[in-house]
Design a protein around this ligand. Structure first.
Ligand code: MN
Length: 130
């Protein structure tokens, strides 16, 4: 898989593991540790999908998702939320906020890449402005 992914994650260990697994599988990975940098990289690289942590400093994942959906250049990009299993209300909330998918932390190294790939290849049609 040759897709470009943007990873927005503030935890260095999580980011390292996800990046390692994705690059090993052939993805190009751009990485941001906060939402504002994530938005900059999204506009610069127009990734095929965004992997979005929810608990982020300053802009949290909900704010980043909202900013992506309100930006005409980015609105159609699939956003996969990555957040901790312990935050039990997050799944419903992030999906109803417009995320396309959801992956739980801790990341399962055996299934993470296939979960990401599934969201890239099998997702609802979304109207884009481009
Ligand atoms: Mn976090």
């Amino acid at each position: 898989m040759n897709a470009k992914l943007l990873l927005i994650e503030d935890n260095a260990n999580n980011a390292y593991l996800m990046r390692y697994l994705l690059e090993k599988a052939g993805f190009t990975v751009y990485e941001a540790s906060c939402g504002a940098k994530g938005m900059d990289l999204a506009l610069l690289h127009k990734p095929d999908a965004v992997l979005l942590d929810i608990q982020l400093p300053e802009m949290d994942g909900y704010q980043v998702l909202s900013a992506i959906r309100r930006n005409a250049e980015l609105a159609g990009i699939p956003v996969i939320a990555v957040t901790s299993y312990a935050m039990s209300g997050d799944r419903e909330r992030i999906m109803s906020s417009g995320a396309d998918g959801y992956i739980e932390k801790p990341i399962d190294p055996d299934s993470f890449v296939s979960s990401v790939s599934l969201h890239l290849t099998c997702r609802p049609e979304r109207k884009t402005t481009t």
